[in-house]
Every structure is written in structure tokens, then in C-alpha cells.
Design a protein around this ligand. Structure first.
Ligand SMILES: Nc1ncnc2c1ncn2[C@@H]1O[C@H](COP(=O)(O)OP(=O)(O)OP(=O)(O)O)[C@@H](O)[C@H]1O
Length: 353
């Protein structure tokens, strides 16, 4: 097993640079997830590690080896794609053993590795089937099995669950977590699903336009984001941001009416713009005169999401209990403990601490 290190990694397509000199260390055995909005470079970075995209600048190490110019097949990585890419005319067993057959491994060894992978993935009863006789989840397990039999130092997953329906995604997410626990290999996983990122990762890398915004454990990024982008990206539903102004050492937000917030952080100068970040979970509502009114209540069972609007462009989400009875259309005030608010510079969007 090996970790992966990126040193000033750059990717250019012609004149267009899409990865801007990234430094990153992924420890041996770590489950690392790349997240970020569409087009931020997640897949490109994964494919650079795999060797499927040439690295235009900087270095990539797998363990102690500089693999920057090494062929994909010699890097000791195995990649699992969103489209399973199974051979339709081969059985599950043949699909899983294909790579080893191509590299001339003895039959007995292939059989042993395939049956071990089938055991880990609970595919033993399906070994003689062809892919068309499998469900989507089973096909994805075969694709993962094909990676396992190669015994790679590093597993690379490119949105492996995005073709599955919601329920199956949850099952497979748990399967992948179990797989990591059982085989303990270094895994790098690309997703735009932040629930997958939160639940699977030891380490999350938040990317934006080819730059790293922040790296940390899921709870670290959730509790201590460095900027508005990370704060808004991690957590579901997303954090609310209220426009505010510094006045007399406090923060005034039009949406909160007359109440000013005692910020307990180093605020910029008088009159500066700040953003007040409030997660839906730290807010509650009470009836009373306010610029906000309860527009829609979405009941999910135990909890509900209240959507508050101000008649202009503000939209605030509050997580409440589903049995609360304030009628839609009522004017409501936001209630929260100022200690639960985060503050961001209105210009740079950096966290104020
Ligand atoms: N072959 C290519 N030629 C030119 N530009 C490319 C090429 N492949 C990707 N790009 C650009 O590189 C950037 C990063 O793409 P990438 O596919 O890595 O993003 P992503 O974060 O994985 O997005 P998504 O979540 O939509 O898959 C994008 O702006 C994309 O348009």
C-alpha cells in the first residue's frame, strides 16, 4: 500500500490551464474524496493520478515512486468508472479475471483472487452470470471486483454511484465504506454528492476552478470552513448567508430587523459588508413582525424545512420539527444563538475569526 502525493501538479489543455499547481498529500490507507462544482477539475485530477491524462507540470508520487511519466498500467492503481465498462459476452468471473489473464497470471492464482473478491463483494452466487443478467448495483460490484483482483496500491473511483437509483446508492455507499475497512487500501473518490463525501471520507478536498479551497476531515470542514465557498458547499441543506453591515462593533442585517449581532470575531472596519452564515440546523422561527415570512414548509417526516422569503431575492432555509404549526404565509423572525453564526468578509468571502 502507498499514499499519493501531488507536488505543484498542473494540467493544461493547449493554452487553457484547468489544474493550477496543486499540492496535496494523501496518506497510505486514507479514503480521500474530491468534491466541487461541475467543471472544477475533479475527474481531470483523478485521471492525472491514474495516468490517463498527461500531467503538464509538477510531480505525482505513489508511495516513494515518482510516477509522473509512468504508464497507467505500471502505476499500481485501479480505476472504477461511472459506466461499469464490463464485457457483455463474458461472465462475472471472466470479467473480474480478465486483467490478470491478459498479464499472463497462472489460472489457479486468478481463480483464487476472483473468489476472494467475490467473497468481499458478496458476488459468489453470480459468478457464472453475464452482465445483462445483473442489476445496476451488482454490475458496479463486478467493476469494483475487477479492481480488487488486480491488488492495486491505490483505488481510484470516478463517480461510481451516479448511475444508480437513490436507494441503491445508499446501499453501495455502505458497501464501499465496508470495502475500505476490510482491505484498508488508499482510495481516492470523485463525487459531486456531498453526502457521499461526508460519509465516506477520512479527508475531503474541496476544489473550485482547478484550485484547492480547503482540505480536511468532513467534520473539520463542516465546523470550521475557511471561506464562504466551503461553508456553502459542505452541509445539507446548504448554509444560509445573510447580508450584513458592520455598525458600532456589531453586525446589522436587514433581514433580522432591529436586532444587531454581537459577533465575537475580528470585524472589518465600520460600514464594511459582511456575510452572516447560519446553518438551517441552528435556526428556529417564531411569529412576529419581520421582513421574512414563511413561504413553504416541506415535511420530511421527523423534520421539516421551512423556506422563508422577504419578497425580494432572499431565501432562508430553517430546519424545524415537522409537527410545528405556524401556518404558511405568517411573518416570522429568525431565532438563533449568536455563537452558532459564522462571519465572512463581504469582499474576499474569507472567514472572519
Ligand atoms: N479534453 C479536454 N479539452 C479541453 N478542456 C477539457 C478537456 N477535458 C476537460 N476539460 C475542461 O477541464 C475542466 C475540468 O473538467 P473535469 O471533467 O475535470 O471537471 P469535473 O470537476 O470532473 O466536472 P464534473 O463534475 O462535471 O464531471 C473543465 O472546465 C473542462 O471543460
Amino acid at each position: 500500500m502507498s499514499g499519493v502525493t501531488l507536488e505543484k501538479a498542473v494540467k493544461k489543455y493547449g493554452e487553457v490551464q484547468v489544474i493550477h499547481g496543486l499540492d496535496l498529500e494523501i496518506a497510505e490507507g486514507e479514503f480521500c474524496v474530491f468534491v466541487g462544482p461541475s467543471g472544477c477539475g475533479k475527474s481531470t485530477l483523478l485521471r492525472m493520478i491514474a495516468g490517463l491524462e498527461e500531467t503538464s507540470g509538477g510531480k505525482i508520487h505513489i508511495g516513494a515512486r515518482d510516477v509522473t511519466r509512468v504508464d497507467p498500467s505500471d502505476r499500481g492503481v485501479a480505476m472504477v468508472f461511472q459506466t461499469y465498462a464490463l464485457y457483455p459476452h463474458m461472465t462475472v468471473e471472466e470479467n473480474m479475471g480478465f486483467g490478470l489473464r491478459m498479464t499472463g497470471h497462472p489460472k489457479a492464482e486468478i481463480r483464487e483472487k476472483v473468489s476472494e473478491a467475490a467473497r468481499i463483494l458478496k458476488l459468489e452466487d453470480y459468478l457464472k452470470r453475464k452482465p445483462k443478467a445483473l442489476s445496476g448495483g451488482q454490475r458496479q460490484r463486478v467493476a469494483i471486483g475487477r479492481a480488487i483482483v488486480r491488488g492495486p496500491e491505490v483505488f481510484l473511483f470516478d463517480e461510481p454511484l451516479s448511475n444508480l437509483d437513490a436507494e441503491l446508492r445508499v446501499d453501495m455507499r455502505v458497501e464501499i465504506a465496508r470495502l475500505h475497512k476490510e482491505i484498508g487500501a488508499t482510495m481516492i473518490y470523485v463525487t459531486h454528492d456531498q453526502v457521499e463525501a461526508m460519509t465516506l471520507a477520512d479527508k475531503i478536498v474541496v476544489l473550485r476552478a482547478g484550485h484547492i479551497e480547503q482540505v480536511g476531515s468532513p467534520m473539520h470542514l463542516y465546523n470550521d470552513p475557511d471561506n464562504r465557498f466551503v461553508a456553502g458547499f459542505i452541509g445539507s441543506p446548504s448554509m444560509n448567508f445573510l447580508e450584513g453591515t458592520v455598525s458600532g462593533g456589531k453586525v446589522h442585517c436587514p433581514l433580522l430587523g432591529e436586532t444587531a449581532i454581537d459577533a465575537h470575531v475580528a470585524l472589518p472596519s465600520e460600514g464594511s459588508r459582511v456575510l452572516v452564515g447560519l446553518r438551517p440546523q441552528v435556526l428556529s422561527v417564531e411569529e412576529g413582525p419581520s421582513p421574512l415570512k414563511l413561504d413553504i414548509r416541506e415535511r420530511l417526516g421527523g423534520v421539516a424545512y421551512d423556506y422563508l422569503v422577504d419578497g425580494k431575492d432572499a431565501r432562508i432555509v430553517v430546519e424545524t420539527r415537522a409537527d410545528e404549526e405556524i401556518p404558511e404565509g405568517t411573518e416570522v423572525r429568525l431565532v438563533f444563538d449568536p455563537a452558532d453564526a459564522m462571519f465572512f468578509d463581504g469582499e474576499t468571502e474569507a472567514r472572519l475569526r
